[in-house]
Design a protein around this ligand. Sequence first.
Ligand code: DX5
Ligand code: ZN
Length: 225
Amino acid sequence: MIKISPSVLSADLANLYSECAAIDAAGADLIHLDVMDGAFVPNLTFGAPVIKWARPSTKLPFDVHLMIEEPIRYVEDFVKAGADILTVHSEACANLSATIDKIHACGIKAGVSIKPNTPVDVLFSLLDKIDMVLIMTVEPGFGGQGLIEETLPKITELKREITRRGLTLPIEVDGGIKAENIGRVAACGADIFVAGSSVFGKPDRAAAITALRQAAEQAEKGLAD
Ligand code: DX5
Ligand code: ZN
């Protein structure tokens, strides 16, 4: 099933609470929160205290994308703040397996993300123990970039491996997703689509979410036929 996870990186962050409530009313399935530390990526955003204050604004799952070095240090903080899915970068963890175990021990779902130049097979040994894979389709750090086409074969390869092993974990994609390209990305087998500028940057966000969903569902249907 196709899900749309708008990224609040392109929202009015001074009004994060009302932006989360508004994007819920506009038809989002999850809310994507990008945490950046200025070290793993060359940008800074917000941390667990900000997420905690936004949490009561919606019942939608908080899909928290940690672009930080050694996220294991902060897992408990983000779980307490109300994250439902905590995604860490494989490139940022000295012990990825222990990081996943810690997220699970705190009682929430664990996702693992890879940057555009990281091969997807680094995740294959973990597929049985994680709840989501996040394929970055831009270099992490900033919203509003163009999708890197060379990342798309990794989605196809990952989907093939997930299906071959009879697993059901979803593939999330993040970066440069727009109504014009989401169909091609969905046709590769992605399930959850992060969209920042192509939702929050539009005057009618409900229409933007509907347009993304329809284009992705159409392509998914083509895949199933
Ligand atoms: C980038 C972030 C993305 C970003 C996507 O590092 O992880 O979630 O908000 O923004 P768009 O959809 O504008 O590329
Ligand atoms: Zn993100």
